[in-house]
Design a protein around this ligand. Structure first.
Ligand SMILES: [Zn+2]
Length: 184
């Protein structure tokens, strides 16, 4: 017997949450949104997700109020996390930490630090230097020991995240490349 596609017979909140974020690719899209990816083309290039699947997932996340569609520069439309979306960070961070502990023999690909004092954050977001519970917007994403070396053909988002980057700050490699140089 084929499994049903959803959990409509389940009343619990975990089942309801998995309806939203449990589909393949969805949580990776949400993670990228935390890292500052906002454009369709940047999600597609970084995740190498089929474009039709990406369009479907972005539509679902927008319909559920996890992402907002907002006008970007020029003709670019962008997606940004809503407050409801930002509230998913402990889930994403917890799964990253679990993967780091169990499936990352070379070490984490990304480290998370407190932007203000460079303190390392533990899996629940507490700073080793000042002890604060660091809010998402004050977290810096830093390359970790498990990050593969840079290659010339890597996508622009991977290139942008090769140096420390403040969480939720837009990564706009395409716009940065396209912007004309100021005359001087
Ligand atoms: Zn700190």
């Amino acid at each position: 017997m084929a499994l049903p596609r959803d959990y409509t017979d389940q009343a619990c909140s975990l089942a309801r949450s998995l309806e939203i974020i449990g589909e393949r690719w969805t949580l990776l899209i949400v993670r990228d949104a935390f890292y500052g990816v906002r454009r369709f083309g940047d999600f597609a290039a970084h995740l190498r997700v089929p474009r039709a699947v990406l369009a479907d997932r972005l539509k679902s996340l927008t319909a559920e109020g996890v992402l907002n569609r907002v006008p970007g520069e020029a003709r670019w439309e962008e997606y940004e996390l809503t407050a409801k979306g930002v509230a998913l960070w402990p889930v994403v961070r917890g799964l990253i930490a679990w993967g780091d502990d169990n499936y990352a023999p070379a070490g984490p690909r990304r480290l998370f630090r407190h932007h203000d004092d460079d303190g390392e954050l533990d899996a629940v977001g507490r700073c080793a230097v000042c002890g604060a519970d660091v809010p998402v917007q004050d977290i810096a994403i830093v390359p970790g020991p498990g990050l593969p070396p840079q290659t010339p053909d890597q996508d622009p988002v991977t290139a942008a995240l090769a140096t420390p980057h403040r969480m939720l700050r837009p990564v706009h490699p395409a716009a940065a490349n396209a912007r004309p140089q100021p005359a001087c």
